[in-house]
Design a protein around this ligand. Structure first.
Ligand SMILES: Nc1ncnc2c1ncn2[C@@H]1O[C@H](COP(=O)(O)OP(=O)(O)OP(=O)(O)O)[C@@H](O)[C@H]1O
Length: 360
């Protein structure tokens, strides 16, 4: 069994008047894993998160981190000992990106030179070019600002990261990138991450475990995302998880058994071309799109790409989003590797479903 890092024991938070925001919450959060709090607006996710680092004080109950009762720790020190990332990056506008990242190490007494050096390294860790370090936050895109927010939270190398809807304000493409980046980082860093979102899709992509909250800070279900999609504990969870849950569930099955076929490729779309669809490649064998057999309209934008090792969900999306009906497969370097046929993806989905039903 996984080791617990954070424990909530009968934690209640009652703001002035009204219903409790969080009511008798007891749960144990695994060390070195991503735990996602998900639920509709106002169900107490943020309040629960903020009680971990004492930005909010519980009305009753106990929270421990690494076995120590947080109420015994000085609040300011406790806060600095955990990384915190929020929706608006919360960067200081009049300080450079590097100085923003260096904030907590500086508060902890690290010299300016050492803190800046560390900040420079962190830019690379979160996938930002080092020249961006000299800029001010307003000179960055929303996605870049969120990356700086993550770098700042990591600066003092805290064992615990608290993330409150960190990717909610960016567009879906950037959001997907940031999620993948966080998963990559986590494979290296193995922090204990508590991540708040209202988006069940984001929760199932990121979470090793997902806690579904119902209004009043009540834990409706707490399990691996696959289990929440497969077996919602009650009607509330089932309706929150929604109608697409069968589709989302595909994200937990690999697509290794789907055959990859060769297909005609061309270096540039040929006008009035051919009798069959062809993948258009650049000089490095990376797919640029498709050339159509019919209209010879030049380059037709492709659908989503399937990377070797991706899930059935991505395989299906690659096939269905492609103008030719053939999903484009690339290797780890993004080079063209072949195509998937939608009927073969569907056949594997069907087979996987049968196997699941047969399982004890
Ligand atoms: N400072 C506060 N004073 C009074 N009530 C508050 C305060 N902060 C939150 N609440 C109330 O507590 C309840 C839970 O709020 P909380 O922000 O924790 O929920 P949430 O699940 O994070 O929602 P959202 O996704 O909308 O932020 C809500 O009813 C909210 O109005």
């Amino acid at each position: 069994m996984a080791e617990a890092m954070i424990e909530f024991q009968s934690v209640t938070k009652q703001y002035q008047g009204g219903q409790p925001a969080v009511d008798g919450l007891s749960m144990s959060i695994d060390k070195g894993a991503i735990t996602v709090f998900v639920g509709p607006s106002g169900c107490g996710k943020t309040t629960s998160l903020r009680m971990i680092n004492r930005m909010v004080e519980p009305t009753s109950g106990t929270i421990t981190v690494g076995g120590r009762d947080v109420s015994n720790e000085p609040a300011a020190r406790l806060r600095r000992s955990m990384g915190y990332v929020m929706q608006s990056s919360g960067l200081m506008p009049h300080r450079s990106v590097l100085d923003n990242i260096a904030t907590v190490p500086r508060l902890n007494g690290v010299s300016k030179a050492a803190a800046r050096k560390r900040a420079q390294e962190l830019l690379d860790v979160v996938g930002l070019a080092s020249v961006l370090g000299k800029r001010y936050p307003s000179q960055l895109s929303g996605g870049q600002q969120q990356r700086v927010g993550v770098a700042r939270a990591l600066a003092a190398d805290p064992p615990v990261l608290l993330m409150d809807e960190p990717f909610s304000a960016v567009d879906p493409v950037v959001r997907d990138e940031l999620q993948q980046e966080l998963l990559r980082l986590q494979r290296e860093l193995a922090k204990t991450i508590v991540f708040v979102t209202h988006d069940i899709d984001e929760a199932t992509v990121l979470g090793d475990k997902v806690a579904v909250f119902a209004v009043g800070g009540k834990l409706a279900q707490y399990a691996a995302p696959e289990e929440i999609l497969r077996a919602p504990a009650n009607d509330f969870v089932a309706s929150f998880v929604g109608r697409d849950r069968g589709f989302r569930h595909l994200a937990f099955n690999d697509a290794d058994a789907v055959p990859v076929h060769p297909v005609k490729t061309v270096a540039a779309p040929q006008l009035g071309a051919d009798s069959e669809w062809a993948v258009v490649l650049d000089g490095d064998s990376r797919p640029l799109g498709w050339a159509s057999p019919r209209d010879g309209a030049g380059l037709i934008p492709g659908g989503s790409l399937f990377r070797r090792g991706d899930t059935l969900r991505r395989a299906l999306d690659a096939a269905l989003s492609s103008p030719s009906g053939l999903g484009v497969v690339v290797d780890d370097d993004g080079r063209f590797a072949g195509v998937l046929k939608s009927e073969e993806v569907l056949a594997l989905i069907e087979e996987t479903r049968h196997n699941r039903e047969d399982a004890p």
